[in-house]
Design a protein around this ligand. Structure first.
Ligand SMILES: C[S@@+](CC[C@H](N)C(=O)[O-])C[C@H]1O[C@@H](n2cnc3c(N)ncnc32)[C@H](O)[C@@H]1O
Length: 396
C-alpha cells in the first residue's frame, strides 16, 4: 500500500510546544480539582475520598515541580473562595495549600526527574506531605480546641479511602495520558540503551534488518537520492550497516554521520567503518547535537519505532535538513510484521510500534514535510518526506 500526502503549516519550536502543553495540562487539571469536590459532595461522598488531591497528584506526574506547585497552592484557595470548600476555618484550605504542592512536587521530582518507579513515587508523594502537615495540623487544632477528628490519628485515617482511590487511579491515568501525548516514560530510554547495548555483541552475526533483503535495502537506500558530496545523518545507525552503504553513495567528498543511543553499537560501527567520510556520535534521536540545516538527507533505517519521542525526532530531522533535503524512514519488512516482531520480543521494545501509513503521513505533515509518500508492503515499509524549499529556491 502506498499513500501520499502534501504540505502543512509552519513548524514551531518543540520547547514551546512542551511548555504550552504543561500550561494546558495545568489549566485542565486545576479546573478538574475545582470541579471534582463539588461532584463528590453532590453524590454524597464528601471529602473522605480527597477528590481535590486526585487531579493534582496526576498533574504532579506529568509536569515540572514549578507548575504543579503553583496549581497546588492556588486551587484550594480559589475553591474555598468560590464554594466555601475546603473551609478557611478550621483552616483546612490553608493546610491543603501546603499539602497539595508538596505532594505534587514530590511526585514530579521522583518520577519525572529521578525516573523512580511510579508506584514508589506515588507512595512517597502520599506519605511525604502527611509527615510534614499532620503534626502541624494536630498541634494547631489542639491550640484552637477543635473537635477530635482534627486532633488525632483520625486526621490520617479519615483520608484512607481517598489514598486507596489514588493508588488505583493515578498510575493508569498517568500512563494513558503519557501515551496519548507521545511522551516517553522516565526510565524508558535507559532501559532501551541497556537492551541495545546487550544486543550489540550479536547484532552483526545475525544482521536481522538486512540479511537476505537486498531489494528492500536497495529501495530504501536509493530513495535517499544521494549524490557524491552529499551529507547524510543516519539516526539509530546501530553497527553502521546503512551508514557504510550511504558512505559509498556520497563518495570521498561527502560525509555520513551515524548517531545512536547505544555506545556498544557505536563501538562496533567504529571498528567496521574505516572510511574517511564517516563519523559517529552518541546521541538520542530527539536531541541530535548537530547544527541547523547541516545535511542533505536524514536516514532512519530500521530504528524509528524505537525512538521514545518519535514526533520530536521528526522535528529534529526537519531542523537538520537543508531546504529540499529528504527524510527516509525504511524497514525491510511491512509494518504488521515489524510490530508483531517487537511485541514478541517484549521488554523495553515490546511497545515500539510502527505507525500505519495514514498515521505516518499525518506525523510527517505535522512536522512540516512535503511530498510525503508512505509505502507499507509485506517486504518493505518506506516513508519519504521532503523539507520544502524556501521561496525562489530550486531543489539541487
Ligand atoms: C533495530 S536497531 C537498527 C540498527 C541499524 N540501523 C541496523 O539496521 O542494523 C535500532 C537502533 O536504534 C537505536 N536507538 C534506539 N532508540 C534510540 C534513540 N532514542 N535515539 C537514537 N538511537 C536509538 C538503538 O540503539 C539501535 O542501535
Amino acid at each position: 500500500m502506498t499513500r501520499t500526502g502534501s504540505a502543512s503549516g509552519p513548524r514551531s519550536s518543540w520547547n514551546h510546544i512542551e511548555h504550552g502543553r504543561e500550561v494546558v495540562l495545568a489549566g485542565m487539571f486545576g479546573a478538574l480539582a475545582l470541579a471534582l469536590p463539588v461532584v463528590f459532595h453532590m453524590l454524597g461522598m464528601g471529602p473522605v475520598f480527597l477528590p481535590m488531591f486526585l487531579p493534582i497528584l496526576v498533574l504532579g506526574f506529568l509536569v515540572s515541580p514549578r507548575v504543579v506547585a503553583t496549581v497546588g497552592v492556588v486551587t484550594p484557595i480559589v475553591s474555598a473562595l468560590l464554594t466555601g470548600m475546603p473551609p478557611f476555618f478550621p483552616p483546612i484550605a490553608l493546610v491543603m495549600a501546603v499539602e497539595l504542592p508538596v505532594m505534587g512536587c514530590v511526585a514530579s521530582v521522583l518520577y519525572r526527574k529521578r525516573g523512580w518507579n511510579i508506584y514508589v513515587a506515588l507512595a512517597a508523594a502520599i506519605v511525604a506531605p502527611k509527615l510534614l502537615v499532620v503534626p502541624v495540623v494536630v498541634a494547631v487544632s489542639q491550640w484552637l480546641e477543635l473537635p477530635p477528628q482534627y486532633t488525632s490519628l483520625a486526621v490520617i485515617l479519615y483520608g484512607v479511602p481517598g489514598i486507596v482511590l489514588q493508588a488505583i487511579v493515578v498510575p493508569p491515568a498517568v500512563y494513558m495520558i503519557e501515551r496519548r501525548l507521545g511522551w516517553s516514560r522516565p526510565g524508558e530510554l535507559a532501559a532501551k540503551r541497556r537492551f541495545f547495548d546487550k544486543a550489540a555483541a550479536e547484532w552483526d552475526e545475525t544482521e536481522p534488518t538486512s540479511t537476505g533483503k537486498d531489494d528492500a535495502v536497495e529501495a530504501i537506500m536509493s530513495s535517499l537520492d544521494l549524490r557524491p558530496g552529499a551529507v547524510v545523518v543516519d539516526v539509530g545507525c546501530g553497527t553502521g550497516h546503512s551508514t557504510r552503504r550511504a558512505s559509498e553513495q556520497v563518495g570521498a567528498s561527502g560525509l555520513v554521520i551515524g548517531a545512536d543511543l547505544s555506545r556498544q553499537m557505536l563501538c562496533r560501527a567504529g571498528d567496521k567503518s574505516n572510511g574517511m567520510n564517516i563519523a559517529f556520535v552518541q546521541a538520542t534521536a530527539d536531541e541530535l547535537p548537530l547544527r541547523n540545516e547541516c545535511c542533505d538527507a536524514v536516514l532512519c533505517y530500521c530504528a524509528f519505532p524505537h525512538f521514545c519521542r518519535s514526533e520530536v525526532f521528526l522535528n529534529e530531522a526537519h531542523r537538520l535538513l537543508r531546504p529540499g533535503g529528504r527524510l527516509v524512514i525504511g524497514h525491510t519488512a511491512g509494518g504488521e510484521a515489524i510490530n508483531r516482531c517487537h511485541r514478541n520480543i517484549g521488554g523495553p521494545v515490546g511497545d515500539d510500534l510502527l505507525p500505519h501509513a495514514g498515521r505516518m503521513i499525518d506525523l510527517l505533515e505535522k512536522a512540516s514535510f512535503e511530498q510525503v509518500n508512505v509505502t507499507d508492503e509485506p517486504q518493505l515499509y518506506l516513508a519519504v518526506g521532503l523539507k520544502p524549499c524556501r521561496d525562489n529556491q530550486a531543489v539541487m
